[in-house]
Design a protein. Structure first.
Length: 252
């Protein structure tokens, strides 16, 4: 019998500061829900929590826009200091139009504004950057949690992405540890015996999207979600497995 899938927001997380012990904060939050953490559970953590704990806040008063940043700011209508940070965090600019700046992030993500955000960040003149390495962040948090709890867990670092052909944002996985981010089902048969030729399941993205329903996108204050009831037989791989290689980019 298949176990039911559930997503439980962890209460009482509070504001995260640089250097905070996220594993300790998560363990304290686990004690406030009517579930005992067990093998196979997955903790989905909002990217902002990771970035704040890693000190990825930048005071915009310390940023001097370059000529390129000033040029892009004039096109997009964005703060030139934020645009300068976007340039520093990006491999290339893909689109620049009024209110739109799409880039290829230094970690390979194609996203708006290099993931730099000013919502749910304390301070009027502060911006928050993505983690330096979301997969490493997920792995470190997973190791710390497993040491404290004595059970096998997965960790997903998630963020909200827009979609090129659809309105709205959806949570996706930036960093993954302890589970397969991508499951390749090519070569399997469907119910009618046909061979699957292109099916690859963005497993961690699907979990992140489900967790977002419990996490929220605004002032909910619940940036950690415990996912339960999921199982897999595929080998583990990290968030980089979800990024399409440049040579396969159909829209370059």
């Amino acid at each position: 019998m298949t176990s039911p899938i559930s997503f439980t927001a962890l209460p009482g997380i509070g504001e995260i500061l640089a250097g905070d012990d996220l594993a300790g904060i998560a363990c304290a939050a686990f004690s406030r829900i009517p579930l005992a953490v067990r093998n196979g559970d997955i903790l989905v953590v909002a990217q902002k929590v990771i970035s704040k704990s890693e000190g990825r806040l930048v005071h915009l008063g310390t940023v001097t826009p370059s000529p390129r940043a000033l040029e892009l700011a004039a096109v997009t209508g964005k703060d030139p200091r934020v645009v300068e940070l976007v340039l520093a965090e990006s491999r290339e600019i893909l689109r620049a139009k009024p209110n739109v700046l799409i880039v290829r992030h230094r970690c390979g993500f194609v996203m708006a504004n290099a993931g730099i955000d000013r919502s749910n960040v304390q301070g009027e003149d502060v911006a928050l950057l993505l983690p330096l390495d979301a997969d490493a962040s997920a792995a470190a948090l997973r190791d710390a949690l497993q040491t404290r709890l004595g059970c096998r867990l997965g960790v997903i670092v998630s963020d909200s992405f827009g979609r090129a052909w659809r309105h709205g944002v959806v949570n996706v996985a930036l960093g993954v540890a302890g589970l397969p981010a991508l499951i390749d089902r090519r070569g399997e048969q469907d119910r009618h015996g046909r061979i699957l030729e292109v099916t690859q399941v963005a497993y961690a993205d699907a979990i992140a999207a489900g967790a977002a329903l419990a996490m929220g996108e605004g002032a909910e204050g619940t940036p950690m979600v415990l996912a339960r009831g999921l199982s897999w037989t595929a080998p583990e791989n990290n968030g980089q497995a979800l990024i399409r290689p440049l040579e396969e980019d159909m829209f370059q």
